[in-house]
Design a protein around this ligand. Structure first.
Ligand code: CTP
Length: 397
């Protein structure tokens, strides 16, 4: 979502992984970015400019030094137009030049001229990558604020096995998106809970609910993308953990209680999006319960309320955001919850709103604040609502 309408200048340098830049171009364009490709002369030995021109819809600028004035101006204007400047794949050679300010071709002169954030995705032979001089050059770039996309380890085209494979397209896209995202949560520690809890009855059965975890995962992913140090404590879901978060899987409400309370003091912001089971079977049977009578009554016992416990021991400056899922009297119930659990903010959604609540990719909500004010968030993607929640929490910080 952060790529829509952005200009990505993609520099392709001469290595066997150059063909993978075609996939990157295609995916970036698919995500709504305008991709302008610059190629070094040696890159054209591996893949032709026509491939990039077809995929990007723009002329690929090739480093030919043909003294074409229009091109010369174009590459400087691209340096200015770039929202993000990406070198993928980046050879040891271009990394060395970038580290030392050498500008002897289109790619390196444009790089030197740009003020945009720079993303470098190295790809090379393991020996070249591990060589201290390359590592030192990478450290220089990192210290200068360049975002590096770590190469993967594996079998390389040259036959060696080790580090040096270009990171996969999804990973490079993620770092590009991060480069385009304001790091307004940098330095903040955020803990998010998500998903349902599972309360075991016996070794084969449990009590749970329909929570998909999507809302909490969206909050964790957006917070991480905005620079926060994120811990995600999650009940069982079908989702994979977002990138760049410390992931703590749990099952029962009591597991979640322990995982959250033991980490709570270190957090600046806690967002409790999990649908925690209020009750659990009074007894967890160690053997499978066999059927007997036609009727069966299951004694239940209350689970600890994690949010209320957090509200009771909130340290100064810490922000607590709860969620409430209601089927009626939404605002009244949510207001009571906010007060009872000592929250700074509460996100209330009604199961009755179309497109909102469990399982959906969208959500509509009312944000309630401790000072009694509230804000209506219309139906939007859960990522957008996540950003809005984080925006409001930042304003309270
Ligand atoms: N919550 C919690 N621990 C529980 C129950 C709920 O931390 N044992 C948190 C949820 O993560 C959510 C908020 O409390 O942020 C509200 O959850 P909800 O189930 O709507 O509220 P309850 O207090 O359980 O009220 P009720 O079920 O009576 O509506």
């Amino acid at each position: 979502m952060g790529l829509t309408g952005k200009t990505v200048v993609l520099c392709v340098t001469g290595g066997i992984a150059a063909y993978k830049a075609a996939d990157l171009t295609s995916k970036l364009r698919g995500a709504g970015a305008e991709v302008r490709v610059l190629m070094t002369a040696s890159a054209t030995e591996f893949i032709t400019p026509v491939t990039f021109e077809t995929l990007s819809g723009f002329r690929a600028i090739v480093d030919t030094f043909d003294r074409d004035f229009a091109w010369e101006v174009e590459h400087i204007s691209l340096a200015k137009a770039a929202d993000v400047f990406v070198i993928a794949p980046a050879t040891a050679n271009v990394i060395a030049k970038a580290a030392h300010g050498i500008a002897d071709d289109m790619v390196t002169t444009t790089l030197l001229a740009t003020g945009a954030p720079v993303v470098v995705a190295p790809a090379m032979n393991t020996g070249m990558y591990d060589n201290p001089v390359t590592q030192q050059n990478l450290a220089t770039l990192r210290a200068r604020g360049v975002l590096l996309v770590e190469p993967a380890a594996g079998r390389l085209a040259c036959g060696d096995t080790g580090r040096g494979k270009l990171a996969d397209t999804a990973e490079i896209m993620h770092v590009i998106e991060r480069a385009l995202t304001r790091q307004d949560l940098a330095g903040r520690r955020v803990l998010v809970t998500a998903g349902p809890t599972q309360e075991a009855l016996d070794p084969v059965r449990f009590l749970s609910n329909h929570s998909s975890g999507k809302m909490g995962y969206a909050v964790a992913a957006r917070a991480a993308l905005r620079g926060a140090e994120v811990t995600l404590v999650s009940g069982p879901t079908a989702l994979s953990a977002p990138r760049d978060v410390a992931f703590v899987p749990v099952a029962s409400a009591r597991d979640m209680y322990d995982a959250v309370l033991s980490r709570a003091d270190a957090q600046d912001i806690i967002v409790k999006a999990a649908a925690v089971g209020d009750y659990r079977p009074a007894e967890e049977h160690s053997e499978k319960i066999k059927k007997a009578a036609d009727d069966m009554t299951l004694p239940l016992t209350r689970n600890p309320d994690i949010l209320a416990a957090l509200g009771g021991r909130k340290k100064p400056g810490q922000l607590l955001c709860g969620f409430a899922m209601e089927t009626r009297d939404l605002i009244q119930n949510a207001q009571d919850k906010l007060r009872r659990k000592n929250c700074d903010m509460l996100v209330a959604n009604s199961l009755r709103d179309a497109g909102a609540g469990f399982q959906h990719d969208t959500n509509a909500a009312t944000l309630l604040f401790a000072d009694g004010s509230r804000e209506t968030a219309p139906l939007m993607r859960k990522e957008e609502l996540a950003d809005l929640i984080l925006d409001r929490l930042l304003e309270l910080a």
